[in-house]
Design a protein around this ligand. Structure first.
Ligand code: CAO
Length: 436
């Protein structure tokens, strides 16, 4: 059975332009699927089909002017019950900056009066694309893809952006490389023209970490907070413990203490022991403390995980660190050994440097970079009166450990970043906090 689909009652808006046809002959359409878009003086609106069926013939073209009851298309196989008085809302969106309301008493097919919403400024929460010239369908698509309509060339009437323009834009962006993000690509250079060269393939680990690091660098808005911890007392304690550790076959480096201090700071600042969920709209706080530790191997960087670090003592952590380092360097880590971290640490303290900016290990939201400790003069105020600024004191030599905490600024704000880092420094400076 064929059914004529006509323009519903669009109120005072007569002789409005057809600016987009969203279906073609042969399309199987669903009830309430948008079939054409109309544009009046102040608004655009999608006209939905009042029933499901197969489009047999389209009776309008872009640029036509239509009014109530103008024939839009012929639908085959349509169910007759749907042509009854049912609510079929027209989707309406703003044109330019129009803000007035316009009455649009609605109907469904065949001139049956229905209760459609009033034609109004905008029904779409579409602030970014508000000024763009596009219909509701194109706006919806742009919003789903996270695109700004103003950046897309419109090929419709009056440079209106059509759905096809959006598809074209996405195809173009993908074919340009840079992961389809419009990133410039590195120039192709023949280095041999400048001198002898040798080309080697990247190791499998380097290729994998390259992909992850690049993704994390692009995805996460990074901030790095720097601080220093006075680890003089900690180092003295560690040195005292070395013979005992040695007897147990454990290499006790500052890193075991740093892991323990990190757990204390993570407990005090749960936003650092968290992940953003896939929607980016919820934060998942973890009640376990699994610390990923970056290990340098001849083939590249791997990040095995020390699980439940909160439940382990310093010696136990040091022992495990030794084991995972050996496993990493022998390429014996399993995927399970590298999963589930809640926070990561990259320690370059055994190598050198004063600070660096580690890249957040997604889905973690923060990473601690540790550089080499050194003895520094630290001012000790011995005559501080409340409210007075007096340089009465002395410089004393202290062993200072540089800390660099990079965090995801979507989850952690600057003040929290500074508080976390200074709390971490405090935990390392005050053995009582650490050992309790
Ligand atoms: N300041 C001063 N000395 C430090 C120190 C610090 N912050 N951290 C470690 N050290 C000392 C250790 O005490 C040890 O001294 P001794 O040899 O005298 O005992 C020496 O430096 C070497 O330590 P280590 O590196 O063997 O042990 P670790 O526990 O500190 O670290 C591991 C273990 C696996 C993390 C480390 O070997 C490693 O691979 N680090 C590199 C991580 C990396 O590549 N990160 C970059 C990621 S971003 O690209």
């Amino acid at each position: 059975m064929s059914t004529e689909i006509r323009v519903p009652d669009i109120g005072s808006a007569a002789d409005v332009d057809v600016i987009e046809i969203q279906v073609k002959p042969g399309d199987v359409i669903e009830k309430e699927q948008s079939i054409i878009t109309l544009e009046g003086d102040k608004a655009t609106m999608d006209i939905p089909s009042p029933q499901a069926g197969t489009v047999k013939e389209i009776k309008v073209k872009v640029g036509d002017k239509v009014s109530k009851d103008s024939l839009i298309l012929i639908l085959d196989g349509a169910a007759s019950e749907t042509a009854s008085k049912k609510e079929v809302p027209a989707e309406v969106s703003r044109v330019g900056k129009a803000s007035q309301s316009e009455a649009c008493p609605p109907t469904s097919n065949g001139g049956h009066a229905n209760a459609l919403p009033t034609l109004r400024d905008s029904v779409e929460d579409d602030e970014d694309n508000g000024d763009a010239h596009a219909g509701p369908g194109a706006r919806r698509l742009a919003r789903e893809l996270g695109l700004e309509l103003t950046k897309i060339n419109g090929t419709g009437p009056k440079q209106r952006v059509l759905k096809e323009d959006i598809h074209q834009y996405v195809k173009g962006a993908l074919s340009k490389g840079g992961g389809g993000m419009g990133l410039p690509t590195a120039p192709v250079v023949d280095f041999s023209q400048f001198g002898p060269i040798e080309t080697k393939p990247l190791s499998r680990i380097k290729k994998l970490s390259a992909t992850n690091l690049h993704r994390n660098w692009l995805l996460v808005p990074h901030v790095t907070q720097f601080d220093e911890a006075d680890i003089t007392d900690l180092e003295s304690f560690r040195r005292d413990q070395l013979p005992i550790a040695e007897k147990q076959g454990v290499k006790l480096t500052p890193l075991a203490f740093i892991i323990k201090a990190s757990v204390a700071a993570l407990k005090a600042f749960p936003n650092f022991n968290a992940s953003l969920d896939a929607t980016g709209e919820q934060i998942v706080h973890k009640q376990y403390f699994h610390i990923g530790v970056a290990v340098d191997t001849p083939d590249g960087l791997v990040v095995p995980v020390i699980r439940n670090a909160d439940q382990k003592g310093i010696f136990e952590i040091a022992k495990e660190l030794g084991e995972i380092s050996v496993k990493a360097r022998n390429k014996a880590l399993t995927p399970g050994d590298m999963q589930g971290s809640t926070f990561s640490i990259s320690s370059l303290g055994g190598i050198g440097g004063t600070a660096f900016t580690p890249i957040v290990n997604v889905p973690n939201v923060a990473i601690l970079g540790v550089s080499k400790s050194s003895v520094k003069p630290v001012w000790r105020d011995i005559a501080s009166k409340q409210g007075a600024f007096e340089l009465a004191g002395e410089f004393i030599p202290r062993l200072m450990l540089p800390l660099s905490v990079s965090y995801d600024h979507r989850v952690v704000d600057g003040a929290e970043g500074a508080r976390f880092t200074s709390y971490l420094a405090k935990c390392l400076s005050d053995l009582k906090i650490l050992l309790l």
